[in-house]
Design a protein around this ligand. Structure first.
Ligand code: MF3
Ligand code: CO
Ligand code: CO
Length: 275
């Protein structure tokens, strides 16, 4: 192979657009589908175990083993010192809850976030679960958070901007008198866990980078019943609402395609939305 050809292939598979966002090929999309499917299957699998009395460590262990059994690696384990294979964030915990001996109680709502590395590709998704029966205000929060994610996904197509995604989510959530967390965002994903760009869940239309086919990123809005402010606990990970209000989150990994969007972390068993 001549040198120019080698260089062209290299450029093709490592192409960054003018904003430094990785543009992926169709064969890379194939790889990404597999990793994202495993993340979704892991979240499907864990649903049956989310019941009052179960410890978050048990949820972690089940996710850990399922991911390894499927020839993948849990991306969060050891990531910047994070000690577990998934995040479990209960009630007023916004994100990055660390699994441990704590057990679920009746009517707890929780987000479980898993990221698989399969053949070097990262698939990242999270959903809400309910231990036992759900309260009215928690079910409204979960519904608004899920629909907020869908509002963001709906505007993903070439030519639209990242600001369009943030605006769509914020407008919808605030119309329901809930708040969008500002301190955490979605992210580019692919052969790295977190890459450019930051995908904000608030913002203005027609701002930010333009969406192009071949971009892979997450949309993962966190919505609070109270104020948007968060703080980090002394474990240096667990983010909670400052006002102790309930918080919810859903996360999909998506690909921009020539015609619009492909949601890569759809539930094979149609269990993504728990209500
Ligand atoms: N999966 C989370 C995300 O959606 C990141 C978790 S990082 C951890 O981006 F270290 F907290 F696990
Ligand atoms: Co993510
Ligand atoms: Co995640």
């Amino acid at each position: 192979m001549n040198l120019n050809l080698i260089k062209e292939i290299f450029l093709d598979t490592n192409r960054l657009n003018k904003d430094g966002i990785r543009i992926h090929s169709d064969s890379e999309l194939e790889e990404m589908r597999l990793s994202c499917k495993l993340a979704a299957e892991t979240l499907d699998m864990i649903g049956d175990y989310v019941v009052p009395g179960v410890s978050t460590e048990r949820i972690n262990k089940l996710c850990h083993e399922y991911i390894l059994d499927n020839k993948a690696i849990p991306a969060t384990l050891g990531y910047r010192g994070f000690p577990k294979s998934c995040c479990v964030s209960i009630n007023h915990v916004v994100c990055h809850g660390i699994p441990g001996p704590k057990t679920l109680k009746e009517s707890d709502i929780l987000n479980i976030d898993v990221t698989c590395i399969l053949n070097g590709w990262f698939g990242d998704s999270s959903r809400m679960y309910i231990a036992g029966s759900i309260s009215k205000k928690a079910s409204r929060l979960i519904e608004v958070t899920y629909k907020g994610l869908l509002k963001g996904i709906e505007v993903v197509k070439p030519g639209n901007t990242f600001g369009d995604i943030g605006e769509a989510i914020q407008k919808y959530v605030e119309s329901k008198k809930m708040s969008v967390v500002r301190d955490f965002c979605g992210h580019g994903v692919g052969q790295n866990f977190h890459s450019s760009p930051n995908v904000l869940h608030f913002g203005e239309k027609k701002t930010g980078s333009i969406l192009e086919p071949g971009m892979f990123f997450t949309i993962e809005p966190m919505v609070n019943l109270g104020k948007p402010e968060t703080k980090i606990l002394s474990d240096n990970w667990t983010a909670v609402t400052k006002d102790k209000s309930l918080s919810a989150q859903f996360e999909h990994t998506v690909a921009v395609t020539s015609y619009g969007v492909e949601v890569l972390t759809l539930s094979p068993q149609d269990k993504f939305y728990p209500l």
